[in-house]
Every structure is written in structure tokens, then in C-alpha cells.
Design a protein around this ligand. Structure first.
Ligand SMILES: [Zn+2]
Length: 444
């Protein structure tokens, strides 16, 4: 096939404004706007190189295929994993087709004109990775709970993207098992050469991190939750250590018959990992780009329930208990609480409690995604440009509104009828219980 010059030019421009790779059938050249180069098994820093042209060695695997007109091109970088000698390409455009999740070996490097600079660890580089996650369970977590918990995390990673080193620690009730878990944590830290100090990491060595009662992310904190029957879980960015640290108390609703919303908690925490993969800056390994709490926590609240239903419908997660999770029913209860809080005169602010981030928050996400008719806009458009543009400009570029403009239109939205509000949810047109959920959200 031969490309028309004018069309080729438009693909070329598309690649430079959005960042997808392009492959030229005439020359066999693959043009890569951005690529992270490093050892995907490690937590040490990588290199970010731009404008690299290569030839392809072998095709190892490939994912879905789309026509160019139906697919958002993301600016996620490629990842060249030196431990595998493989290049993972999120998207490559060949004529008018977009191929996704392509894995190849390199042929030759034809040119490299864009320079390179030191960059974040693989986990926080913004590039997706082929490396498996590390799961650690205390001995008292039953196998069925481990299996289902891993299934939920892996399904979430398939949906939101896999971001290199992710260590997941699940803490049960047993005290002796906790000591063993700390040993496994220390093995990982020692293997990676991480050093601790009281001034920035809660203790002078790896085990003190978990025995310091001040540290909210210590294992003992989650063991106490398990003992109290609370299903707590948390993500600690640890961008400076170069990995994603996920701790969970005993996961709820996944045992025996279980309940379908049991999937939502691991999916929720994994969504935070996909956010954190894009929020730390090279110079200051903090995560100050997350934005206001109604946005970052509200979107996680929205996504955990939406994806729980979606993955069950697509048979990527089994249905537990009575049936698949009913996303719209869940959002109707949330809406009722959000409307009550709003009617008391409360409005969006950067920090706040559950009404702000748990009830109103997911409705801000529902509104934003609906307003641009793109349910994947956070993963595909917003987070990949966040580090480069900063929160406000990334928000504006993705949703075509400034934050202040959004607050005005969202205030108007909160004043509409329940039916108008519910109708923005994905799946509403085909939903069978409209009258019931309208009445649920309206009731006093
Ligand atoms: Zn959260």
C-alpha cells in the first residue's frame, strides 16, 4: 500500500501533537516521539528520549486495532525495557489504522534527533510496562480471597494501564504473620538498595517504617482495621523510592458467595496507582499534581463502581452474590446525598469530607466525561499530559473548560431535575429501572 502524501503529512502531524508512534510502510521506519528507556524490574531512574527512528526486529505481541477516526491518540511514551530488550508501544499509527499495545524487538536505530534526559523510575515514568506486579499476603488470608483480589487488580490494570513496579501487601489479623510481612518488605527494599531515614521515611531502616506508630501507611495500622472488620486500603505513592506501594486490610466481600461490589475496592486503589504514575515531577518526587479532592478522589469513586459493572458485563470479572453490581442504582443513592448537601449551600472546594469527595465528587466526573462524550478521557487524554501541562491546563485541554467555568456549569447541573442528572450516566439509555432510581434519588 502506498500513502497519499497529504494524508501522510496529517498522520505525521498527528503523531507529533499527540505522541503516538507512526510506522511508514514505504521505508519500514518506526518514528517514536517519546520513549522511556530503563530496566523495568528496577526502581531506579530511567532516561526519556525523544524523536527516535528505528526499524523493527521481531513482532512479539499485539493488542486491539482501531480505525484512526474512532480512537483518541494518547501522548503516553513508549517503554524500552532493557531487562527484556523489548519495546512496548501503546499506539502506532499505520496509514489510517491504530494498533495498540504492540511489543517488538529493535532492528536498527536509524536516527535520534531529539536528545534525552534523566527521568522518573519506570513506575512513575508515565510509560506502561510489561513487568508483573508483586503480591504479598499474610498467611491468614484464604486462597479464594487472594485469587479474587489479584483478579480485580489485574483486570483494573488491563483497563487503566500497567505501570511497572507495584508492590501490593494484604494484611490480615494475625500478629506473627505481620512480622513475616515486614521481612518480605525489607527483602524488597534491600534488593533495591533503598535507604531510610527518620527525616523523610518514618524510620532509620526498612522495618522501622512499619513499626513507627506515626506512619499512617504501616502494616500494623491495616492489621488493626482487619481486626475491627474494616476493609481499609491505601496507596502510598513512594515516588521517591520508585515503586507503587499498595496496602490493604483484609479485603471485604470476596469470600464464599461474596458480593459484586467486593471488586470495587481493589479497582479503586488501582485507579489511584494509574493517577500517581503521572503526577510526580522529576525534580520533586511529590504528587502535588493530583488536583482538588473532588477531582482525584471523586474520579476514583466513579471509576471503581463503573468499571466493576463494566468488567462484570464483559465477563472479565465473575458475578458474585445476587448479580452484577448496578452502577446506576449506586449513583442514584449518591446523587440523593449530593443533592441534599448541595441544597444546604455547600459547593466545590479543594478539601472536604465524604459529601464532597464521595457523593458530589463522582458526579463531577460523570459530568466531565459526559460533556466531551469520552468515558476514557481520564486515562487517554488527561493523565498523559498532566505532568507537562500542570493540573489546570490539562483540565482545560481535556474538558474545554477552565476550573472556574466548570464550577459555574456544574452548579447549574446540580440544580436540574433528578431525571436530567441521572441521564448523563453511561448506560442510562438502556437502563431498565429508570422510574425506581429516579424516585430513589428524589426521596427525602
Ligand atoms: Zn481513594
Amino acid at each position: 500500500m502506498k500513502a497519499l502524501p497529504a494524508l501522510f503529512l496529517s498522520w505525521f502531524i498527528a503523531s507529533y501533537s499527540w505522541g503516538a508512534d507512526t510506522f511508514d510502510l514505504n521505508t519500514g521506519h518506526l518514528t517514536i516521539p517519546l520513549v522511556v528507556v530503563g530496566d523495568g524490574t528496577k526502581t531506579s531512574d530511567t532516561i526519556l528520549a525523544s524523536d527516535v527512528v528505528i526499524t523493527v526486529g521481531d513482532l512479539i505481541s499485539s493488542g486491539e486495532t482501531y480505525s484512526l477516526s474512532e480512537r483518541t491518540l494518547t501522548s503516553k511514551p513508549d517503554f524500552y525495557d532493557t531487562s527484556l530488550d523489548q519495546l512496548l508501544i501503546p499506539q502506532v499509527v499505520v496509514e489510517d489504522i491504530v494498533y495498540e499495545d504492540i511489543v517488538i524487538t529493535l532492528g536498527d536505530v536509524v536516527s535520534h534527533t531529539g536528545g534525552s534526559r534523566p527521568w522518573m523510575s519506570p513506575s512513575h515514568s508515565g510509560a506502561e510496562s510489561l513487568q508483573p506486579f508483586n503480591y504479598f499476603f499474610t498467611d491468614d488470608i484464604p486462597q479464594i480471597v487472594r485469587d479474587r483480589f489479584e483478579l480485580a487488580v489485574e483486570a483494573a490494570a488491563d483497563y487503566f494501564g500497567r505501570y511497572a513496579r507495584t508492590e501490593i501487601y494484604v494484611v490480615g489479623k494475625d500478629e506473627a504473620a505481620l512480622t513475616d510481612l515486614i521481612d518480605r518488605w525489607c527483602n524488597m527494599r534491600n534488593a533495591d538498595g533503598h535507604t531510610f531515614s527518620k527525616s523523610n521515611s518514618w524510620g532509620d531502616n526498612c522495618s522501622e517504617y512499619h513499626t513507627n506508630p506515626e506512619n499512617p501507611a504501616r502494616f500494623e495500622f491495616y492489621r488493626q482495621k482487619s481486626l475491627a472488620g474494616q476493609f481499609g486500603a491505601g496507596i502510598n505513592g513512594l515516588a521517591d523510592f520508585g515503586f507503587h506501594y499498595y496496602t490493604s486490610a483484609y479485603p471485604g466481600y470476596l469470600e464464599g458467595e461474596g458480593q459484586s461490589y467486593g471488586w470495587a475496592n481493589p479497582i479503586h486503589e488501582y485507579f489511584h496507582i494509574s493517577q500517581l504514575a503521572h503526577t510526580a515531577r522529576y525534580e520533586q518526587r511529590t504528587t502535588d499534581l493530583m488536583g482538588p479532592i473532588w477531582f482525584w478522589e471523586g474520579s476514583a469513586q466513579f471509576m471503581d463502581k463503573w468499571i466493576t459493572e463494566e468488567l462484570q458485563k464483559k465477563e472479565k470479572l465473575p458475578v458474585l452474590g445476587e448479580g452484577p453490581y448496578d452502577f446506576i442504582q449506586g449513583q442514584a443513592w449518591t446523587l440523593k446525598a449530593a443533592r441534599a448537601w448541595w441544597s444546604e449551600g455547600n459547593r466545590l472546594s479543594n478539601e472536604g469530607g465524604f459529601d464532597l469527595w464521595g457523593n458530589v465528587g463522582p458526579w463531577t466526573t460523570a459530568y466531565l466525561l459526559h460533556s466531551i462524550d469520552d468515558i476514557r478521557a481520564l486515562e487517554d487524554k488527561f493523565y498523559p499530559v498532566l505532568r507537562e501541562l500542570g493540573f489546570e491546563r490539562a483540565f482545560e485541554q481535556t474538558f474545554n473548560l477552565t476550573i472556574d467555568e466548570f464550577k459555574v456549569v456544574f452548579d447549574d447541573f446540580m440544580g436540574r431535575t433528578v431525571e436530567e442528572q441521572l441521564s448523563i450516566l453511561p448506560g442510562w439509555n438502556d437502563y431498565g429501572n429508570k422510574d425506581k432510581v429516579i424516585s430513589d434519588a428524589e426521596s427525602e
